[in-house]
Design a protein around this ligand. Sequence first.
Ligand SMILES: [Fe+2]
Length: 380
Amino acid sequence: MTLLLDRTNQQALLDLKRVLVIDDEEPIRRLLGYMLQSHGYETVLAADAKEARTRLEETSFALVLCDVNMPGESGMDLVRAILNQHPHTAAIMVTGLDSSVLANAALDMGAFGYVIKPFESNEVLINVANALRRRRLEMESRLHRENLEDVVRTRTMALQQALEWLERSEKELRLSREETIQRLAIAAEFRDSATAQHIQRMSHYCELLARRYGLSNERCDLIRTASPMHDIGKIGTPDHVLLKPGKFTQDEFNVIAQHAEIGYRILAGSDAEILNVAATIALTHHERWDGSGYPRKLKGEAIPIEGRIASIADAFDALTTARVYKPAFAFDHAVDLMSKHRGEHFDPELLDVFLASLGDIKRIHEAYADRPSNGLSRES
Ligand SMILES: [Fe+2]
């Protein structure tokens, strides 16, 4: 509605044919008024600058025809003020002085024409018609530019809103994906009473090691998000084995060791990079640097870096967590045990990164400590 009114007003301004004649000599004022009226213009007459200002406050004019020399405020000063305060009004100066200096000053100021007394009727009418045509063209050009700017502004705003919406959606999608993964991982771990805190510690230890080892931000984020699924294959381990108190027989160990392959089969083959990283971690988090791990007895750098990282994080968390067959080892004792397996169980370079990051490891260990009500779990 506002836009419609604006356009209506703009059109009315464009079509305006009202002329304000300002001259202190009454005969000239009347003559100019008569000439213009007889050619279809609406005219208002003013004898001096003061009266002209009053008329300009009362209504809009397409054009002012203004005498240069008047008692009081000069025509030049008056027209300068009019052009400044009423940008839609054009101006033609009328003067008895044929001076190129004055004419140039008037044109420089923004007047569209300059008429010298005594004037012919045609001379005035041609000047007025030209001035109104030029005013119309300039107004149309300005309106067109303003409309274009409006369109650009509106579209830019719409684009910004779309981008913000996309960013919000992307963030929500990422958070929802990470939360779904965590909850699935917790569901799998729930069977042997592993805790939500174990998932969190594992995730943060893995991310910390990946960053300190120098992997890319993108890889570190993937490892942080994917590592909670490392034991998801336990959903395929029978209860009588998974929940058995005390030590496993070799056969039972063979059954539980299958959780790595089962997890891999659940997660592998996806188009999503996060699930492929999760599959790699599930398959290789029990492999050992010296080739004595499971399920495939991979050795050294044949074990993907994600698996080597998860192996350290998982083993350290198992040592510092109470199990059905052992209490939680103290932080420093667990670190000592880890150090003894440098180059055997663990990638020596990665273990050095781990040992150099103990301050942060301890912060994670304490920030996500198990709550007293949580049950005990078995390392697997
Ligand atoms: Fe495991």
